[in-house]
Design a protein around this ligand. Structure first.
Ligand code: NAD
Length: 256
């Protein structure tokens, strides 16, 4: 028995990183997973490997959501879960951030999350689940990622309101707030064929050994286990909440 047997779950940003690990774990737990991304070749290849389906979905485009939801319903007859995982990060101080860059981050992270709820919830089975991917920076500040932190704070607001509005249909809506996780977003060397990602992972480990109480960067498969908890009946009485998964980073600072 898998924890998601018979459930149909859409994972956005599923071609790589945390979304990939969520697609892998949910498949192992018996779900029919629809992998959605803008990286079509990578997403299709992964879906094929997992025996699942892939749909092109730019989360910032309402028409893409309509088409994706229609395609999932045509193929599967139902939608029981959504993991809104797609996201982008840009580094800049607030005063140096061009409006277009700020809006690009808003469109993908914040509008993408809003459109996901708007497009999927009305067609979702009663008792379904939505898991939005926020961040450690949804709960605290971090210099140089102002646009990103603003959108991640907004995702918590959307999550709480959606939880209230959808509770009558027993649809649960929660958010995950990862600290630093070893994916191409925080370890871009993973995208560089010339670089050895194990080397940069070691460098990141060294950085996070000093910053994070548990002394290391997180793994995307650890985040996937939290997404599974919030998508499965194991979390049946939980809705509207942010879940921090950060190795203790947000707990505070140590002066020793
Ligand atoms: P990643 O860059 O490896 O993966 C992001 C995925 O989202 C990619 O497959 C990308 O193609 C996809 N994507 C980007 N724009 C899209 C769009 N418009 N429509 C659809 N898909 C799109 O990074 P990741 O670490 O796996 O990030 C997953 C989520 O976790 C993001 O929301 C990110 O903000 C969040 N997060 C990551 C970290 C970290 O340290 N890696 C920390 C906290 C939160």
């Amino acid at each position: 028995m898998g924890k998601l047997d018979g459930r149909v779950v859409i994972v956005t940003g599923a071609a790589r990183g945390q979304g990939e690990q969520e697609a892998r774990l949910f498949t192992a737990e018996g779900a029919r997973v629809v992998l959605a991304d803008v990286l079509d070749d990578q997403g299709e290849e992964l879906a094929k490997e997992l025996g699942q389906s892939y749909v092109h979905l730019d989360v910032s485009r309402e028409e893409d959501w309509s088409a994706a939801v229609a395609a999932v319903l045509r193929a599967n007859g139902r939608i029981d879960g959504l993991v809104g995982n797609a996201g982008i990060l840009r580094f800049n101080s607030l005063v140096d951030t061009p409006l277009e860059e700020f809006m690009q981050v808003v469109r993908v992270n914040q509008v993408g999350c809003f459109l996901g709820i708007k497009a999927v919830a009305p067609r979702m089975s009663d008792g379904g689940t939505i898991v939005n991917t926020a961040s450690y920076t949804a709960l605290t500040g971090m210099a140089a990622v102002g646009a990103y932190a603003a959108t991640k704070h907004a995702i918590l607001g959307l999550t709480r309101v959606a939880a209230l509005e959808l509770a009558g249909r027993r649809i649960r809506v929660n958010a995950i707030c990862p600290g630093a996780v070893d994916t191409p977003m925080s370890n871009p060397a993973r995208l560089d064929a010339e670089a050895d990602p194990r080397e940069t992972s070691r460098a990141l480990d060294e950085l996070y050994r000093r910053l994070v109480p548990l002394g290391r960067i997180g793994g995307p498969e650890e985040v996937a286990r939290l997404a599974l908890f919030l998508t499965s009946d194991d979390s049946s009485y939980i809705t509207g909440q942010p879940f921090v998964i950060d190795g203790g980073w947000l707990a505070g600072v140590s002066v020793l």
